[in-house]
Design a protein around this ligand. Structure first.
Ligand code: SF4
Ligand code: SF4
Length: 258
């Protein structure tokens, strides 16, 4: 079928579009191949819940990391090396990690046009039979039904980091900082080892409840990872040194730099 007949439309959050996808359609599973799926740290956290792999092993087996122009690591889901370049998680029953599938797979066929999410692009591909179904939803309803809001919530701080004024002004981070972002946000096991295997909590002021939360809950660990990255990159994120004199010096230095 010619792609010339695919059509693109813009929608606002409360406008309706017609689409639904299910396993009875002749195109079932055909779209889970040869695609670039960028993964946020929260995507990786959720996907790991389905495959029960340590972070480092998951990243090695299922992802490829590249560097963005600003030095921020971009993590992409690795397709299989078969002829169709199929997603490693697609099975004859559909997505084998459905409960924990990434943000982009949940959003499909809806793509936010900008970070502000005021408009959404939907490309009605003829090969996708879902657009011939009668089911209508607004973008807002779609996001609710696909449990996107939880993902948006968990991605919010990462979005703030990657869209920080520092980058908007054309700056880039060096290789060391790129590694720090990757190791902290994506390899959460390594970050946890760093936190609990070093004098981190002797040096930084972190309350006992937060320490307990990050020890036992990966989502809390990820939220703390974002704070560490914000602190390391921009001296933001609300982390303070226990040594008050040093902390004062650091604050003064960052005040002078801004
Ligand atoms: S993760 Fe699941 S939904 Fe996404 S491309 Fe792979 S099989 Fe399809
Ligand atoms: S309806 Fe579209 S999204 Fe669903 S399986 Fe078919 S091609 Fe994929």
């Amino acid at each position: 079928m010619s792609e010339q007949n695919d059509r693109k439309f813009l929608y606002t959050l409360d406008e309706e579009f017609t689409f639904s996808c299910d396993r009875t359609l002749p195109c079932f599973n055909t779209c889970c191949r040869d695609i670039n799926i960028f993964l946020t740290p929260y995507d990786v956290l959720r996907m790991r819940k389905s495959v029960w792999l340590p972070a480092e092993e998951f990243l090695h087996k299922y992802t490829v990391a590249i560097l963005g122009d600003d030095g921020i690591p971009l993590v992409v889901l690795k397709m299989k090396e078969d002829q169709d370049k199929t997603c490693p998680f697609v099975s004859s029953e559909g997505c084998s990690i459905y409960e924990n599938r990434p943000w982009s797979c949940r959003m499909f066929p809806v793509f936010p046009v900008s970070a502000e999410e005021e408009e959404f692009l939907i490309e009605e591909k003829l090969a996708c039979h879902g657009f011939r179904m009668k089911k209508k939803s607004t973008v807002r309803q779609w996001k609710e039904n696909q449990d996107i809001n939880k993902y948006d919530q968990m991605n919010e701080t990462y979005k703030k980091i990657t869209l920080h004024d520092y980058f908007q002004n054309g700056n880039k981070i060096d290789e060391g900082m790129s590694k720090l972002v990757y190791n902290t946000c994506y390899d959460l096991d390594a970050f946890k080892r760093f936190l609990f295997g070093s004098r981190f909590f002797d040096i930084y002021e972190v309350d006992v409840q937060t320490i307990e939360a990050i020890k036992n809950d990966d989502e809390e660990l990820l939220k703390f990872a974002y704070r560490w990255v914000q602190f390391s990159l921009f001296n933001e994120g609300g982390l303070r040194l226990r040594d008050k004199e040093m902390d004062k010096l650091l604050q003064a230095r960052s005040g002078a730099a801004s």
